[in-house]
Every structure is written in C-alpha cells, then in structure tokens.
Design a protein around this ligand. Structure first.
Ligand SMILES: *Cc1c(COP(=O)(O)O)cnc(C)c1O
Length: 390
C-alpha cells in the first residue's frame, strides 16, 4: 500500500465502487432521477468527495438532513439540485434560499420561515412539501394537508416560492410485504392528488429510500433517494447481501497492529477481565477504540482480519484500543488489521460488525469518528486509470 499504510488507522473510501453502486441503483430505478443522500458526512464516507463521485455517475440530486450540510456542499462548489429536510425554527433559511437549495416544509411554521427568507433574499424559495403518510416522524398529517397546501399555493401565486416537490418517507420499506407499505403508498397518492388538484405542479414526487428503490418499483415516482445502498451496504440482510444486490461496500476500515507479544495462560485481557487467555498465546494490540467508532457493544464479539485470519475482539473495547488473541501467531507490529471492508480479501463486513454489536450496518459506518482519516481512492471517473490512490 501507499504511505497511508503507516497511519494508525484509516477508512479507505473507494469512489469507483460508489460510482458503480450509483449506476446499479439508477438501473434499478430507470425512469426516475437519483438523489445521492450524503447526510452525516456521507454516512461517514466524506460528503463532498462522495457527492462529486455520485454526480459523475449520474445522480442529478444531492440530499442532506441539515441545511448546514447542504450549504457546505454548495460552498465546496457542487452545483445543481440540492435538497435538505431537517429544519428547525431560526435555521439558515435565507442562506438556503440564496444558495438555490430546496428546503422542506411539513408544517405551517416552516412555510412561514421559507416565505420570510424569500422576501429578504429577494428571490423565490424552492419548497418541497413533506407529507407524513404514516411514518409518524416529520411531515404534515393528512388532516393538516389542505391548510399547508393552501398556504403554499397562496405564497406561490404571490411569487414568494415555487412548490418544487411533494415527498414522503417509508416506515418499513426494509420489510417487503409489510402492510404499511401499501397503506403509505395509498395515502401518498391521495395527498399528491389533492395538491395537484389545488394547482401544485411539482418537479419531483418522491418517497423511496434504498430499500424501497431495491424492492418497491411502484414507489420510484420521479426520484429515488438512496443512501446506504450507494455506499454499497445492503439496507437489511433479509433483502440480500451487498453482492447479491450488485453493490460493493465503499469503506474499508483498517488499523496498523501496534504491538504483538507473548502472554501466558490465564492472563486477563483489557478492562474488567472479560477475557482470560485459555492457553499460552500471543496478543495483538489494535489501536482503535470506541472514540473512533468501534462499538463497545462489540466487546468480545467484533471480528478483525489480522495476519490472514479472522480474530475476535478479546475482552472490552476501550476508548482508543482493543486486543485480539492471535493464538500464537506473530504478525509484525505495523501489520494491517482490517475491521471491515467489501469482504473479498476474507475481511469482515460492516454487516458482520452490526451483528456483533446488535445494531444495523448504517450505524457502523456512520459512527466512525473524526480521528480516523478518510483516504479517498479512485477519485478519477476514468475507470481505465483506476486503482491509483491519489
Ligand atoms: C437518510 C434518508 C434517506 C436515505 O435512506 P437510505 O435507507 O440510507 O437509502 C432517504 N430519505 C430520507 C428522508 C432520509 O432521511
């Protein structure tokens, strides 16, 4: 490997894999546009490089949760359509309007903020109305929809805004056949029909996240919003592995073994002595811990590839480090320890860590800490030049 191999730890981000995943998802939702969801620093992969790679592979929209995330994309020079949906009163509404970012309104207060921002910016806001079709999280309940749509139409006629989208979000798209899926689609179609009857002409109607993009074609509408699948991770193991879905995990998390030493039988390992060496053995010190996002819940269960073998975290994960029992093997200090990656070198995957920690793979990649450098490789869209780290 290149000089990054000498880093304590690194998250290598394969942008060629990300671009290939975007192409696979665009094929799965042919006829719809694709929004690359790059919230939370691109699910821990680095928002700006991932946004650029997704754009190069044909994603026409970028999506974030917070307006600050969206503004950061604009500031980095990303043009075209950007949408953000997680607003609070007093947020940077005016900055978003000035930057031509689509804002979301699921309540009257948000619509009022968008109108006020448009007045002070001197240009119409691009507003997408969010319907709560059953998730029970953000968005406007069906009973309140006429009031929200009516007020938005009034503001549109007055030139303060343009209603650019009508959108919603699924509760159980990762459970194929769940009765809420059909129910939410019915409510969504009714809410869209009502808004269109009132004169709304949205540029985009959208509802599908990754699992819906992969399994619910009738939910594709004009645009699909893909996050986790674009990063190459299956939204749920029941939907298939990454490989079965034609996706390739984008992040490889690895560390340099910090120490290898002999230890006698019966030696306690790490805080609380939750592991005791069963025999004379060798111990390897892996210099990443829960401050780096390695889940403490994976104490005694997280898998790591070291010296060609998959080992298990011995005892507790500490803040900055954990230990593996190497069973007498003696890899050199500095040898590579791979916590997770695509899996084709025999390394574990983020899904394996999710199972070890009792969570979902979304959380595993998203929680990798700021102390771990992201090393983006294959940044050039020219695949023939591929494989060259920058
Ligand atoms: C995070 C998010 C998505 C992407 O979800 P994935 O399951 O990662 O594809 C889509 N839409 C909204 C509103 C989101 O918050």
């Amino acid at each position: 490997m290149n000089e990054t191999a000498s880093l304590r730890a690194r998250a290598e981000i394969d942008l060629a894999a990300l671009r290939a995943n975007v192409r696979v998802l665009r094929e799965r939702a042919a006829g719809a546009q694709l929004m690359a969801v790059v919230k939370s620093d691109g699910y821990g992969h680095g928002a700006v490089p991932c946004a650029r790679a997704a754009r190069a592979a044909g994603a026409t929209w970028l999506g974030t949760a917070t307006p600050h995330e969206a503004l950061a994309l604009r500031a980095a020079g990303l043009d075209g359509r950007i949408m953000c949906w997680l607003w609070t009163p007093g947020g940077p509404w005016r900055e978003a309007v000035e930057a031509g970012i689509d804002v979301s309104a699921g309540a009257m207060w948000a619509l009022r903020e968008a109108v006020a921002a448009a007045r002070s910016a001197g240009r119409p806001a691009r507003v997408q109305l969010k319907a709560d079709t059953g998730l029970g999280r953000g968005g406007c309940q069906p009973a309140d929809w006429p009031e929200l749509v009516g007020a938005a139409r009034d503001a549109e006629r007055a030139g303060h805004l343009r209603i650019t989208g009508l959108w919603s979000h699924f509760a159980c798209a990762d459970e194929p056949g769940h009765p809420s899926i059909a129910a939410q689609l019915d409510v969504y179609r009714d809410m869209v029909a009502y808004a269109e009857k009132e004169g709304v002409e949205p540029e985009v109607r959208h509802m599908a996240n990754s699992p819906a993009t992969l399994t619910i074609p009738e939910a594709h509408f004009d645009l699909v919003r893909t996050g986790i699948a674009m990063y190459g991770i299956s939204p749920a193991p029941e939907l298939g592995t990454s490989a079965e879905l034609g996706l390739r995990p984008v992040m490889t998390l690895s560390a340099s073994v910090a120490l290898v030493k002999d230890a006698p039988a019966g030696h306690g390992v790490s805080y609380g002595y939750h592991y005791t060496t069963p025999a004379d053995t060798t111990l390897g010190l892996i210099p990443v811990g829960y401050a780096d996002g390695v889940p403490r819940h994976a104490s005694g269960s997280g898998p790591v590839l070291v010296g060609g073998k998959v080992r298990t975290v011995a005892g507790r994960v500490a803040m900055d480090q954990f230990v593996v029992d190497l069973g007498g093997d003696r890899p050199e200090a500095g040898a590579e320890a791979v916590l997770f990656g695509p899996g084709d070198r025999g390394e574990p995957t983020a899904q394996d860590w999710a199972e070890a920690a009792g969570t979902i793979a979304y959380e595993i990649v998203t929680r990798i800490g700021a102390r771990v450098p992201r090393v983006h490789v294959n940044e050039t869209p020219d695949e023939t030049a591929g494989g060259v780290p920058r």
